[in-house]
Design a protein around this ligand. Sequence first.
Ligand code: COA
Length: 373
Amino acid sequence: MFQPVITGTGVFTPQEVITNAELVVAFNAYADRVNAENADAIAAGKMEPVGHSNEDFIVNASGIHQRYVMNKSGVLDPAVMHPLFPKRDDDQPGIMTEMAVDACNKALAKAGVSAGEIDLVICAASNHERAYPAIAIEIQQALGAGGFGFDMNVACSSATFGIQAAADMIRSGSVKKALVVNPEICSAHLEWRDRDCHFIFGDVATATVIERKEDAKGDHFEILGTKCLTQFSNNIRNNNGFLRRTYEGAMGDQRDMQFMQNGRKVFKEVLPIVSKHILGHLAELEISPDDLTRLWLHQANKTMNDFIGKKVLGRVPEEGEQPNILQDYANTSSAGSIIAFSKYSDDLAPGDTGVICSFGAGYSVGSVVVRRG
Ligand code: COA
């Protein structure tokens, strides 16, 4: 058996930013437009007017101040309200692959590993731009990696579930060096015309290099344990599957082909599952919450993270103990906890212990307990 360690992480951040102020102006222009177009139906009481969004609500409800996106102009055009990407031919690299390669190269450079040494690529993300061939195999080829690759989707928990899969293969000896990569184009699955959730998501890609401890060339984090849990719920759902267009009346209302959630229920139901999961995982590893230096949590909502941090540590986390990045990136699905880990882990001293934890649709929770080597 080999001890798996994380030797590098990388973050690809898109160049375009949408602030809450810009987002709200675009949404309100869209709302005014729809309300004007439907003035008669609204006056007759046959339709509810679309309400305005506002910046204070967004910050207070979520902690989000801005988000990075792969295309800003489409999202902010009240007549479009979604990202616009030029069609790519099959012989051109996919957009997810481009984002992934940037994040992977950063992670490889940090680890001091060349792409040719990688023998496993897992592309773990909430959405994949096609059914097959796997995005991971395209990334493998673009990097010049060997071995094999495959795609995984466990929604917001994809990264930690992917790390568990890779770590287990390294432990058993079936692979030597793995890349788990999470290109998340959340802007394309978000319904930007839905006031309740239009502010939630952003785009990013993260990558993590995992290898055998004896092969690590420099600073690294030992993976002390991984633990995954799922429990079925419809409270976060996207019906955009391959059978969707075969349903009777399928081409009518297509709202269900984007991200949908019952945010209030998610908030209430997921919190106890996550805090119990982390505490149970720590107990199995005989680690006391008092011995944790850091929590790198999924980045969906600041209040949620504050609650989980308090529940796990048994006190209000001190500044820096539970870093949030969602104020800048918004919810980036599976990549969120890895961005936090990547940006806020270099200062840990040898022996310091922390937990990477992601959670979301499924429901699903994945935790990875790491110790600085
Ligand atoms: N601007 C202004 N007001 C808004 C608004 C907006 N953009 N969106 C909703 N509101 C209003 C609602 O209409 C509601 O008004 P009412 O009380 O008069 O009916 C009020 O604000 C509260 O809305 P609600 O949706 O209940 O807010 P919330 O406090 O629950 O916050 C979320 C919403 C989505 C931020 C929050 O529920 C959340 O983060 N949930 C968990 C999400 C999550 O983790 N999802 C996982 C995704 S991977």
